[in-house]
Ligand binder design. Structure first.
Ligand code: HEC
Length: 326
């Protein structure tokens, strides 16, 4: 009862309110991966088996643009390692929650900055999730930054803006093949492609909206609390409305689907089953959420059917234009 009242009070009642968007990172997402995400100069064109199109390298490009990496490495990386890198949080493997911290601290910079919107907020300290999700109050597991840590992260974000505004002289992009995608780029691209592969017809046929809206918990159906996307999850029997949100807003889409970019070259969308297991069985931080069995009621099966249809379009190359731009 308390719980229901709490949400009806509307911490996040307005659809698309900024506060709703803030829930995305707990909704799970890409394994930031163990891959080398360094966008810097690659091995260059070697004497190998010829200039096949499938083997990107950095060519003679200029390498990373001006940045404040040294400041990140000295002032910010240790904070992230101490506060955020637990395997159940943003380190370790899997796709959920967003794994933006690779095993070695030396690789943090490349992976963290590759999530340009979802982690660093394009280096704008007023919106950067790595700051705004933590600074106002305790985050999951009661993680909080000290004022000095907030200051250090803010100062680094500002330094990035300054460095990037003035990249200095140097060669322009070289004629080589583009460097390999970073995990953040791969995940963005996949989200964009996937959004164009989703169709209303497949969504309707699978009955995703109806099955999720009517799915039962020990405190009523999902629709009772999530009809207006409270808490960052939307469930409504209005199939067109629900499809519109899930196909065009990445933060909602990522509740259902999660890019696996552990192997950037073979990035693959997956069903974000982890999130629903955690929510439905009260795994931290969802300690007070109504409980449900993930496979009951056909909601997961509907999602699977929709996923299969969407994946088939992706494989066949019959997708429409992205509804979410990379
Ligand atoms: C009694 C109200 C209530 C019911 C019923 C309910 N939820 Fe929730 N749900 C919430 C609230 C409040 C939150 C936000 C706080 C939290 O994370 O626990 C939430 C959060 C979530 C989230 C987390 C979103 C994120 O990104 O962190 C998911 C997913 C979710 N609910 C799914 C479901 C599903 C699926 C059902 C039905 C099987 C359901 N909920 C039923 C109240 C409810």
């Amino acid at each position: 009862m308390m719980y229901r009242n709490l949400i009806l009070a509307g911490a996040c009642a307005a659809l698309f309110a900024a506060g709703c968007v803030g829930t995305y990172s707990s909704s799970g997402d890409p394994a930031a991966g163990d891959d080398d995400s360094n966008p810097g100069p690659g091995p260059g064109p070697g004497p190998g088996p010829g200039p096949g199109p499938g083997t990107p390298d950095a060519g003679t490009g200029p390498g990373p643009s001006a940045n404040a990496k040294p400041q990140f490495d000295s002032d910010v990386a240790p904070i992230l390692q101490a506060s955020c890198a637990l395997a159940g949080c943003h380190g370790g493997t899997g796709t959920s929650p967003l794994k933006f911290l690779p095993p070695s601290m030396a690789d943090y910079y490349d992976v963290v900055t590759s999530y340009d919107d979802r982690v660093v907020g394009f280096f704008d300290k007023t919106v950067a999730p790595m700051l705004t999700r933590i600074a106002p109050g305790p985050h999951y597991n009661n993680v909080a930054y000290t004022p000095a840590q907030v200051q250090a992260i803010s100062a680094w974000l500002d330094a990035e803006v300054a460095a990037r505004a003035n990249p200095g002289p140097g060669p322009g992009p070289g004629p080589g093949n583009p460097p390999p995608l970073t995990p953040g780029q791969a995940s963005k691209q996949l989200i964009a492609t996937w959004s164009g592969c989703m169709t209303q017809a497949d969504w309707d046929a699978a009955q995703v909206a109806q099955k999720w809206a009517r799915k039962q918990t020990n405190q009523g159906q999902c629709v009772a609390c999530h009809v207006n996307a409270q808490g960052g999850f939307m469930a409504t029997e209005d199939s067109t409305r629900m499809f519109g949100v899930y196909s065009s807003n990445k933060y909602y889409m990522l509740a259902f689907f999660s890019p696996n970019v552990t192997d950037v070259a073979n990035a693959k969308m997956e069903i974000n089953r982890d999130l629903f297991v955690r929510v439905g069985t009260n795994v931290f931080p969802y300690l007070e959420h109504p409980q449900f069995n993930i496979d009951d009621g056909g909601a997961m099966a509907a999602l699977q059917a929709f996923y299969d249809a969407t994946l088939a379009k992706q494989a066949a190359g019959t997708c429409g234009p992205p509804r979410i731009t990379p």
